[in-house]
Every structure is written in C-alpha cells, then in structure tokens.
Design a protein around this ligand. Structure first.
Ligand code: PBG
Length: 327
C-alpha cells in the first residue's frame, strides 16, 4: 500500500451526515427569512396566483390569519404588497390613511404582536398606467414621485408598519423618506432600501400577483441595467448615505456577484430578494417532475446566503419552514 501523503482526502469529512453537519459553513435560519404577502380588497378572498403555485392574493381577514401562522412558524417578518380597489393616475390609494395596506396593517397589529410588518413602498400596483410614480411626458417624474413616496411611507408607519421598503428606484427617495419619518417622530423606524434593483424579466409572475405590469414602455429608465455591477455599488453607497438601514439586491439568483460585492464593501445588513420568476421556475420544473423542488429551493437559498446575504425575501419561506427543511 502507498502512504497517504500525496493528496488530501476531503472525503473523510463527507462520510456521514453528522460529519457533514459539523463542518458546514453556511446556514439558513428561519430568522433570515421575510415572507411576501399580497393583500386584495374583499372578504374571505384567497386566490392562488396561477403563475406562482402556493402564493395567494388574500383579503385582509385571511392575511391576518396567515400572519398568525407565520408568527407561530417563527418566521420573523412579512413584506406586504397592496392591490387597491381602484387605481388612478397618481396611485392615491397608496398614500391614503384608509388605503388597502394601511387598513391591513391596522388589522394585523390588533391580532399579531411580534411579527415585523414591512411594507413595500411603491406606486406600480396603485397607478392606472402601472408605473412606479407620477408620469409626465411619457416617463416617471423623479422629484414629484419622491414626495409622494414619503407620504406613502409615512401613512404606512402611522398605520403601524415596523419598517418601510422603497422599491421604486427613484433617486433621492431614501433621503426624502428618512426626513419625513424623522419630522413626524418616527426616527426609530428602519428603512430597507431596494438599492440595487435591476430591470429584470424575473419579475414577470409578480406582476400577475400584484397586477402591476406597466401599460406602456418598461421600467428601464429607473431600474438598473442588468449588465452593471459598479453602478450597483454606487447605488448602495448613495442609499447608505441617505439613511438606509438595510440595503437590498434584487433579483438574487442571477445577481449573486452583486450580493457578494455589496457584502464585501459595506457593513450594513444585506438583503436579497429571491423574486417571483426564480420561484416560478422551480415550481414549474418540479411540477413536470424534472427537479426535486424542495432541494433545489434550499440550494438556491443557501447560495444566496453563501454569497453574503443576511436576509432573504422569498416565497419559499413558509413552505420550507413548515416542512422543517429550514430550521
Ligand atoms: C414593485 C415591486 C416589484 C417587485 C417587488 N416590488 C415589481 C417590479 O418592480 O416590477 C418584484 C418582486 C418579485 O418579482 O417577486 N415595484
């Protein structure tokens, strides 16, 4: 027999599940997860989104039930998206103290005590044209929109939101929101900024769920161009300067390099959004019997953690925690 000196035997520590666990480098804790929910008008509504099996549009009563379950499962946070009764040119419902999200937060807060309620701050679900702000001359008017975003964020917080997450990609919105929250006595409310949010085709199924597809053009004049990495760093830098508490990269899977670079360059908590298209692809292939959906989902989430994300927004959260795949 030859002596084992020429090469290293990595397989020694892969022999049993116990050994593998002992030397495992990355983990997904349920505390790392944020679960997205879509609230719609009406009562007793629970309507599955066709392109996102397992994801439902729910009326306020069902959202409250869902939140209780989420809290019991130990998932610490939800992010709430609203689909209003009526859309208009400026997305008035988003800023109204009686808007769908504001009413929903008040009901959640009556029944569920510890769950962190984050709100998505944007206009695309609320405007008749489906763009993320006020449209002038065929494009979104930045400075007029950020004023309204701050009003939207303030009304969410007044209704009881624990954190706001602007996803619009207008310039200067984090600063504007921070100022308005502070002026109104909400210095303690954190902002999770969608900082490096790309103009991605992976949002397709979400736009079914949120009924928010733009009616003309696309979002490329405000969301980032997918080939750019250096620009993402500048976006994150700027949001941190403006007062962001958590910075987000979105989507996650095709942007793991962005997550990794942001992690290396900054010390703020980093969130990554495992978006609708990333979810739906797994569900579709799994339904066809081509992949093991649970294992692929877990592998995707761990890749996002390994890249350096602290938090993951994911539609898989509830299902994987329930099946005890994530502990
Ligand atoms: C709103 C918003 C979008 C998503 C989160 N917030 C859609 C978009 O920008 O078109 C996408 C989430 C997903 O695809 O899961 N602006």
């Amino acid at each position: 027999m030859h002596k084992n000196i020429e090469f290293f035997r990595f397989r020694r520590l892969r022999k049993t599940e116990n050994l593998r666990k002992m030397v495992r480098e990355n983990f997904i804790r349920k505390e790392d997860l944020i679960y997205p929910l879509f609230v719609v008008p009406g009562k007793k509504v629970k309507k599955e989104v066709p392109s996102m099996p397992g994801v439902f549009q729910m009326s306020i009563d069902n959202i409250v039930k869902e939140c209780k379950e989420i809290e019991e499962l130990g998932i610490p946070a939800i992010i709430l998206f609203g689909i209003p009764e009526e859309k208009d040119e400026i997305g008035s419902d988003a800023m109204s103290d009686d808007g769908i999200v504001q009413r929903c937060i008040r009901e959640i807060k009556k029944e569920v005590k510890d769950l962190t309620v984050i709100t998505d701050v944007c206009f695309c679900e609320y405007t008749s044209h489906g763009h993320c702000g006020i449209v002038r001359n065929g494009d979104v008017d930045n400075d007029a929109t950020i004023e309204n975003l701050a009003k939207e964020a303030l009304s969410h917080v007044k209704a009881g939101a624990d954190m706001v997450a602007p996803s619009d990609m207008m310039d200067g919105r984090v600063k504007m929101i921070r100022e308005v929250l502070d002026e109104n006595g909400f210095t303690h409310i954190p902002i999770m900024a969608y900082s490096a949010k790309y103009a991605s085709s992976f949002y397709g199924p979400f736009r079914d769920a949120a009924q928010s597809a733009p009616q003309f053009g696309d979002r490329r004049t405000y969301q980032m161009d997918p080939p750019n990495l250096r620009e993402a760093i500048r976006e994150v830098e700027e949001d941190i300067k403006e007062g962001a508490d958590i910075v987000m990269v979105k989507p996650a899977l095709s942007y793991l390099d962005v997550i990794k670079t942001v992690r290396e360059k900054f010390n703020h908590p980093v969130a990554a959004y495992n978006v609708s298209g990333e979810y739906s692809m797994v569900k579709a292939a799994s339904k066809m019997g081509w992949i093991d959906g649970d294992r692929v989902a877990t592998e995707i989430l761990i890749s996002i953690k390994r890249a350096g994300a602290d938090l993951i927004l994911t539609y898989f959260a509830k299902e994987l925690v329930k099946k005890e795949i994530i502990l």
